[in-house]
Design a protein around this ligand. Structure first.
Ligand SMILES: C=Cc1c(C(=O)O)[nH]c(=O)[nH]c1=O
Length: 309
């Protein structure tokens, strides 16, 4: 149909899903996504053991988006693996997000997913900006190379990576060169939040979240141009991989932009957090209206067709 999409040869009714971390920590949240108009869903990035995460307040919405320093609160990987075993894949695909605190933890968790023989798609999070003392892997190119070599060897199935934003062409080049060494890295999700921003409330003359003196990852309108640039940068540099867009989506127009930039699927974070899973029905309607107005009969007809001047 008009909004059909595909990734790893798997069919999706539409390209939309949640960004990992939003509306996906608990099974009731995941069930609501499974019952929504989203084409698929992804679990909260998980660690080996359950984590409470950082002290609250750790999320705040602003006029232009959001800031968070959640600290990777999650129920531990066994909880999400149990959910992934029970999911009905005939209704819609499920992604499984992994953010281990060590290479060993990532290997253990991904081996468990592999050995469960379920069609869950793994998105390895290389970009969590909010675990104090843990610099994010994707900003350490040697660490990322070692991680992908070990994970590829162990998991031995196609998987994806969740990347932070880069802001320098040389960094796009270097990161893509590493990803292109690993054919099992079948997709690249761009972007995670822009790390370590600072939102100030002038009434209270204070920061708005408690962890890290108020420093946290931002999402929403703030990040849209950076998200689109990262989607297109990796789309151009990784012709043998697919790209999932994430960042700044709150209407059909931004979904259309991500698709033009080369995205195969599009994740929604801040706008989903501030609304509800009902947002997916609206986004599908708005995207359909734009495509019909422009005469597109499929997403493939417009995907990656961004014009330069
Ligand atoms: C997995 C941890 C992440 C978190 C978090 O749990 O603090 N927040 C983000 O914006 N991105 C993440 O990847």
């Amino acid at each position: 149909s008009l909004l059909s999409a595909s990734l790893l040869g798997i069919k999706f009714a539409n390209p939309l899903l949640n960004a990992s971390g939003v509306h996906c920590r608990y099974t009731d949240e995941l069930d609501a996504l499974a019952a929504s108009a989203a084409g698929s869903l992804i679990t909260k990035s998980c660690t080996l053991l359950e984590r409470e995460g950082n002290p609250e307040p750790r999320y705040a919405a602003t006029a232009l988006g959001s800031i968070n320093s959640m600290g990777l609160p999650n129920q531990g990987y066994a909880y999400y693996l149990d959910y992934a075993r029970r999911h009905n894949y005939a209704t819609k695909p499920l992604f499984f997000s992994v953010a281990g605190l060590s290479l060993e933890d990532n290997l253990t968790m991904m081996a468990a997913v592999r050995d469960a023989y379920i069609p869950a798609i793994v998105e390895l999070n290389l970009s969590c900006p909010n675990v104090p003392g843990k610099p994010q892997i994707a900003y350490d190119f040697e660490a990322m190379d070692r991680m992908l070599a070990a994970v590829s060897a162990e998991y031995a199935l196609p998987f994806g990576v969740k990347m932070p934003p880069y802001f320098d062409i040389a960094h796009f080049d270097a990161a893509a060169a590493i990803l292109n060494k690993y054919p099992l890295v079948a997709f690249v999700t761009c972007i995670n939040s822009i790390g370590n921003a600072l939102v100030i409330d002038i009434e209270n003359e204070s920061v708005v979240i408690k962890p890290k003196d108020g420093f946290g990852g931002i999402g929403g309108d703030y990040v849209l141009p950076t998200a689109l640039a990262n989607v297109n940068a990796f789309y151009r540099r990784c012709p043998d991989k697919q790209v999932i867009g994430c960042g700044g989506v709150r209407s059909g127009e931004q979904v259309f932009m991500h698709l033009l930039a080369g995205a195969s699927l599009v994740q929604v974070g801040t706008a989903l957090h501030e609304d509800s899973p009902r947002i997916f029905a609206r986004l599908n309607r708005e995207l359909s209206a734009i495509m019909e107005r422009k005469g597109y009969r499929s997403i493939e007809a417009l995907r990656g067709k961004l014009k330069t001047l």
